[in-house]
Design a protein around this ligand. Structure first.
Ligand code: SF4
Length: 191
């Protein structure tokens, strides 16, 4: 059964009206939500944290059980202590981060002084990133500070994590940055 938002509101309204009218006859049997039936029957639920800001609202991600694992819905987590099921307009749109035909699927490179982006292979892009990081880190690595204390830090590279990284991706990302010795590690949610 396909149900859009308008249909759902109509059915919910009709059901509520039915209960109100039959309230005179005291028909208080539990009311089933059609939307919930659809989600739990065909989807797996996973909890996550909205990636957009430091409020840290909880969300439930529904992924299809029909083999492709696609995200079919994301909504506020009613059990989450911060937002109790609500999401702002940004948070309500996070499904678009994964299901969006406008997403880039190949790495792009803009050469120094160029005004154009060009599509490059993943192999080339990862090699270029690794080479740049290695060269820069070797130049800026500090083993000991002015007092002779071991610090093993890198201060000539900074990192600003993407708005499209979720909680778990952020953890892995910062662990990698700190393993390189970076001390300037940020995420856009704190800016
Ligand atoms: S839903 Fe809105 S308020 Fe909540 S974390 Fe996301 S962006 Fe911030």
């Amino acid at each position: 059964m396909k149900l859009n938002r308008r249909d759902f509101i109509k059915i919910s309204g009709a059901t509520a009206a039915g209960v109100a009218v039959s309230g005179l006859g005291f028909d208080l049997s539990p009311v089933k939500s059609h939307a919930q039936i659809l989600k739990t029957k065909y989807a797996k639920e996973t909890t996550t944290i909205c990636c957009y800001c430091a409020v840290g609202c909880g969300a439930i991600v529904h992924t299809s059980k029909r083999g492709d694992g696609r995200v079919i819905n994301i909504e506020g987590d009613p059990d989450h202590v911060i937002n109790r099921g609500s999401l702002c307009s940004k948070g309500a749109s996070i499904k678009q981060l994964v299901e969006n035909e406008n997403r880039l699927t190949e790495p792009m490179y803009r050469a120094p002084y160029s005004d154009k982006w060009e599509t490059v292979s993943w192999e080339w892009a990862l090699g270029k990133i690794a080479k740049n990081v290695k060269e820069t880190r070797d130049k800026g690595f500090t083993k000991k500070n002015a007092k002779g204390q071991v610090v093993n830090r890198v201060t000539n590279i900074a990192s600003v994590g993407s708005a499209a990284l979720d909680n778990e991706e952020c953890w892995i990302y910062q662990a990698l940055m700190r393993s390189l010795g970076l001390v300037y590690v940020e995420h856009q949610a704190r800016i």
